[in-house]
Design a binder for this molecule. Structure first.
Ligand code: PLP
Length: 400
């Protein structure tokens, strides 16, 4: 099957030694995507697989989004757009901050990106020079450290656990900076893989501490809208110097459309525009036109969220009884992260067996936490309720 940490096992000492690939390309595999590929192979061979590996809404994009895309196709002419995104979409995104958080954002500070994924590379390139050190929690979304590594930046992973409700705090930041100075800090709230929320007052403390220490703050707000306990505040409520990264992928059910956005400090807009112009010219016009309709689909999207809420309850009811332990508070997003230490100390092999023997695709914790993730797993509950129920039944039988 797949292997964790391919890159670490075979450090490329030179381009030639790694079969022609550059040293910077020697990043670790994104295991959730590897599980997805292995599951697809089994499905092609006729096996039934319950997908709990990727954070992908089971629901299609809202009707008005599909309508807008059909209209775009009907017009036929799809071209390059402004590198920062079409004006109407930038304005609509800016308006969203007034509506959702009561925060004023100038449309000129909005940068439309190819999913939040492109936002990260753009933000990192625009904000940091090679060698910069960026702090983040461990566990965290694995692409952060991989993108940083590809760009010649250093991910400084700070272990978090139950003592801080699994969130990175101002104290963590201060201590890490004192050990060796940091240039940036990146947090997600609600977070992936834990689902935990950084409370508004803790977010404010983190942002103020970062400002005091001269550390650039990056806030991944991709799971905003998917909050079940507490309230997600935008970093823009506390700072106009933060980079805020968001996406239409999760709450808006548009993963495959590859469209997201950033709100950036005013002085960063032109530098980012210059990089975007040359890196990818523009975000696909069809996706941008379709995304314009997404903010007005609240009713439909709230109904999808209710489905996640029911799945979450099922997971929280059943999983602890199966021996899955130390589950961080699932405040939001659509993941449950749990210790499987009772069953294994090799989560990657465990995920492989779970897929082969039980027909459940889930992600080994090694993806999110290189030090402690060998005894944890992440299960996504973004799928349909029937699928989640079937997954839980299979898991219960398999672990019994
Ligand atoms: C925390 C987090 N940030 C960013 C992304 C990337 O999403 P996209 O590029 O589809 O916007 C994901 C995807 O799972 C995620 O979990």
């Amino acid at each position: 099957m797949w292997r964790a940490h391919d890159a670490r096992r075979k450090p490329a000492s030179s381009a030639a030694a790694s079969g022609g690939a550059s040293r910077r390309s020697a990043v670790e595999p994104f295991l959730a995507m590897d599980v997805l590929a292995a599951a697809a192979k089994l499905e092609a061979a006729g096996r039934s697989i319950v997908h709990m590996e990727v954070g992908q809404p089971g629901a299609p994009a809202p009707k008005a989004v599909l309508e807008a895309a059909r209209a775009g196709l009907h017009d036929g002419r799809l071209g390059y757009t402004e590198a920062l995104g079409i004006g109407a979409l930038r304005q609509r995104i800016a308006r969203h901050y007034g509506e959702a958080y009561g925060v004023d954002v100038a449309p000129e500070r909005v940068v439309v990106t190819t999913g939040s994924s492109a936002g990260f590379s753009l933000a990192f390139l625009g904000a940091f020079d090679a060698g910069a050190r960026i702090a983040m929690a461990a566990p965290a979304y694995p692409a952060y450290r991989n993108i940083l590594a590809v760009l010649g930046l250093e991910a400084v992973e700070i272990p978090v656990g139950p003592e801080t409700r699994w969130v990175l705090t101002a104290e963590h930041l201060r201590a890490a900076h004192a050990r060796r100075p940091l240039d940036g800090v990146l947090i997600a709230s609600p977070a992936n893989p834990t689902g935990t929320l950084t409370r508004p007052e803790d977010l404010q403390a983190l942002i103020e501490t970062a400002a005091e220490l001269g550390i650039r703050f990056i806030s991944d707000e991709i799971y905003h809208g998917l909050v079940f306990e507490g309230r997600a505040e935008t970093a823009l409520a506390f700072s106009q110097e933060a980079f805020v990264i968001n996406s239409f992928s999760k709450y808006y059910c548009m993963t495959g459309w590859r469209v997201g956005w950033m709100v950036v400090p005013e002085a960063m807009v032109r530098p980012l525009e210059r990089i975007a112009q040359s890196l990818y010219i523009s975000v696909p016009e069809l996706s941008q036109r379709a995304a314009l309709a997404a903010f007005d689909c609240g009713e439909e999207l709230e109904a999808v969220k209710e489905g996640y809420r029911r799945n979450r309850e099922l997971m929280l009811q059943r999983m602890p009884a199966m021996g899955l332990e130390e589950i961080p508070p699932v405040d939001g997003a659509f993941y449950l992260y749990a210790s499987v230490a009772r069953f294994t100390n090799d989560s990657t092999a465990f995920a492989g067996r779970m897929l082969e023997e039980a027909g459940i695709a889930a992600t080994p914790g090694a993806d999110f936490d290189r030090e402690r993730g060998h005894t944890t797993m992440r299960f996504s509950f973004a799928g349909a309720q029937e699928a989640i129920t079937e997954g839980l039944d299979r898991l219960q039988r398999w672990l019994a």
